[in-house]
Ligand binder design. Structure first.
Ligand code: 13P
Length: 254
């Protein structure tokens, strides 16, 4: 059965000392206070990966993720980071297709299909992000758009591969805006995504894929959103930068 996951995407925030302090606090709080077996993923900027991994150590509940990776194995790609490097730094998962990468770095679903495949070949768990902009939702085309994103980037994968992917639904209008999708809006889209996996694979596979919600999740709204049947946790931005808030979000599963 699928896992509950709460992942903290630090984006481009935290100096090394700030990041180490934040990670240490979260790791200690998770160890001392969290009762559920929710998987917690810390996703710092690349440059902090090894330092944060040494704080995580061999924790069974907390793991390390990266915010992006190259679709190439190695070579003359200045400024890029490869899947092999991420693994060697201790990462076990990688965010792919975040809306900020799509918007500011022109990442397309075609490129993302390559990245997802490549991450899987290197034993990294892709946390694949999808989600619509406000004008798409207002026009009533959100399911069509998210359906196209997952279809292009994910549904070329084999049955074995798709079960290793985590999907994060992050409506762009809810990211960093303080506007959260209602629990009903989140559930509706998550159920739609799961139904698409069922149609392209089967029900058993659809039930094994964790689908996270992201966009202005806070301690105050986490419980209601995470209690929806098809919501298996969250991808948290701003609130993951405060150890108490992040831990209180994880506690929504206790
Ligand atoms: P916020 O939680 O700050 O809205 O960010 C969500 C997000 O983009 C996580 O990847």
């Amino acid at each position: 059965m699928r896992k509950n996951i709460v992942a903290g995407n630090w984006k481009m925030n935290c100096s090394l000392s700030e990041g180490k302090k934040l990670a240490s606090e979260v790791i200690n709080m998770v160890q001392d206070e969290i009762k559920s077996d929710t998987q917690v993923i810390l996703i710092p900027p690349f440059i902090h990966l090894t330092s944060i991994q040494s704080l995580i150590g061999s924790s069974a509940q907390v793991s390390l993720g990266a915010q992006n990776c190259s679709q190439h194995a190695k070579g003359a790609y200045t400024g890029e980071v490869s899947a092999e490097m991420l693994i060697s730094a201790g990462a076990t998962s990688v965010i792919l297709g975040h809306s900020e990468r799509r918007e500011y770095f022109n990442e397309s679903d075609e490129l993302l299909a390559d990245k997802v495949k490549f991450a899987l070949e290197n034993s990294l768990t892709p946390i694949f992000c999808c989600g619509e902009k406000l004008e798409v939702r207002e026009a009533g085309n959100h399911e069509q758009l998210v359906g196209a994103q997952i279809n292009q980037a994910l549904f070329g994968l084999s049955e074995d591969e798709i079960q290793k992917v985590v999907i994060a639904y992050e409506p762009v209008w809810a990211i960093g805006t303080g506007v959260t999708a209602s629990a009903d809006q989140a559930q509706e889209m998550h159920a739609f995504i799961r139904s698409q996996i069922t149609s392209n694979y089967n029900q058993e596979i659809a039930n094994s894929v964790s689908i996270l919600y992201g966009g202005s999740v806070k301690p105050e709204n986490a419980k209601e959103i995470f209690s929806q049947e098809d919501v298996d946790g969250g991808l948290i931005g701003g609130a993951s930068l405060k150890s108490r808030d992040f831990t209180n979000i994880i506690k929504a599963f206790d």
